[in-house]
Design a protein around this ligand. Structure first.
Ligand code: HEC
Ligand code: HEC
Length: 197
């Protein structure tokens, strides 16, 4: 009896070791693909970010959204189609980035964000509730990821002034992002009797 229990325990231990080692192998493959595909050049050797791209490690971005951005980036990042890098490789890169030991993303305070949004003039172009207007696009209530939100505000492409670290810290952006995420949803078309056919 005792021997049988020991055998079962042994089998469990072997299985646990096996799953850990396959996971480690996937992460290692992810790091290798990350470096070989040139991601490291813009996102740093450990995904910590540099002056060409934001930090990716510890962002907690879901796999689907991660792959979607790599395939269809919006601003300065180059696009990687399926022929250049497979979904499996991106899955491995995503797993490796999630395993990098880095502090998780900041939690924002919507209340403090409301104050910063006014103090730093965002409202002048993006309107009081982030709904946008003639001077700037809508920013809420479903803002882009905090990573891109912060990156864009520091490196805007066209009409928006850049906000350097000294003016808006990473925490300040997390707070403004939380404020925008908490804005009320605009009414749906069904709720506007004037627009009903
Ligand atoms: C030429 C520089 C460059 C390279 C190479 C690059 N990126 Fe990017 N990446 C960026 C920049 C800059 C951004 C910020 C948004 C933008 O400007 O498009 C970004 C944003 C992202 C985002 C969005 C993150 C978020 O939370 O919203 C993901 C995911 C990403 N990169 C993954 C990758 C992966 C994976 C690779 C390699 C296969 C890669 N990038 C290669 C520059 C680069
Ligand atoms: C002088 C006007 C102006 C001010 C002030 C301004 N923005 Fe903008 N912003 C723009 C315009 C115009 C765009 C559209 C793209 C461009 O021209 O850069 C934009 C785009 C953005 C985007 C990209 C949105 C997207 O989905 O593409 C973000 C994020 C953003 N602004 C955040 C902010 C924040 C946060 C502040 C305050 C700290 C701010 N902006 C202040 C004019 C402004």
């Amino acid at each position: 009896m005792r021997k049988k229990i020991l055998t079962i325990a042994g089998a469990f231990a072997m299985f646990a070791l096996f799953s850990i080692s396959t996971r480690l192998a996937a992460q290692e493959a992810g790091l290798q693909r990350y470096t070989a595909s040139g991601c490291a050049a813009c996102h740093g050797a450990s995904g910590q970010g540099n002056n060409l791209g934001p930090r990716l490690a510890g962002s907690g971005q879901p796999l689907e959204a991660f792959i979607d951005y790599v395939r269809n980036p919006v601003w300065s990042m180059i696009a990687y189609p399926e022929e250049t890098i497979s979904d499996d490789d991106l899955d491995a890169i995503h797993a490796w980035l999630a395993s990098v030991d880095m502090a998780p993303q900041r939690v924002g305070s919507a209340e403090r964000g409301a104050m910063l949004y006014r103090r730093n003039g965002c409202y002048q172009c993006h309107a009081n509730e982030g709904q946008g207007g003639a001077q700037g696009p809508r920013l809420g209530p479903n803002p882009i990821t905090l990573t891109r939100f912060t990156w864009y505000s520091r490196h805007p492409a066209r009409g928006m002034p850049p906000y350097a670290e000294a003016v808006m810290s990473d925490q300040d952006f997390a707070d403004v992002h939380a404020f925008l995420a908490a804005r009320p949803q605009p009414p749906s078309l069904e709720d506007l009797p004037q627009l009903r056919p």
